[in-house]
Each structure stands twice: as C-alpha cells, then as structure tokens.
Design a protein around this ligand. Structure first.
Ligand SMILES: [Zn+2]
Length: 92
C-alpha cells in the first residue's frame, strides 16, 4: 500500500457507502474513473525489472523498454518510457 492507493481506496469506499445516492449511470462513471486512477496508482508501486537472458538486458515489467546493465537507465527509479516505478533491489 502507498498513500495514493490509500486515497483511492478511501474515495471508492465513500462512493460504495453512499451508492444509494447515485444513479446507476453515475456509479458506472465513478467506477470507470476509479479504474483509470488505479492504473496511475499502480505505476507508483515499484516493480522488479525482468532480466532477459537472450538480450542480456533488463526490461520494464510494464512496457518492456530495455535497459542495458550499467547503461541508459539502469538503476533508474522510474521507467523513462512509461513512468513505472522500478525496484532494482534484488538485481544488484
Ligand atoms: Zn516502462
């Protein structure tokens, strides 16, 4: 969990609690917006890059942008292509 996920969960719980105050169309719009925000929140949760043994590169788990060891972006906290937070802790 992080503060962004906590905030989104809180908004969703409020909408759920007051669901009788909204029309079905309004509830669908709230749900659609929550799903879009979830995608952004997920980018803030560090994910481990995947090592590709064929290319000897690390790849972003979200968009598969390649990072060569010790070059262009290795150990970056965020993917320069898609913004995914990266966790290099077990790749050192
Ligand atoms: Zn990426």
């Amino acid at each position: 969990m992080n503060k962004y996920q906590d905030a989104l969960n809180l908004l969703k719980s409020w909408a759920k609690k007051d669901r009788n105050a909204y029309s079905p169309k309004h509830l669908k719009n709230i749900n659609d917006c929550a799903n879009i925000l979830q995608e952004a929140v997920d980018k803030t949760k560090p994910q481990k890059p995947e090592f590709d043994h064929d290319d000897d590169t690390y790849k972003c788990p979200c968009c598969e942008k390649e990072y060569e060891t010790y070059y262009n972006g290795y150990l970056k906290k965020f993917c320069s292509e898609c913004g995914q937070a990266l966790d290099w802790s077990e790749n050192l």
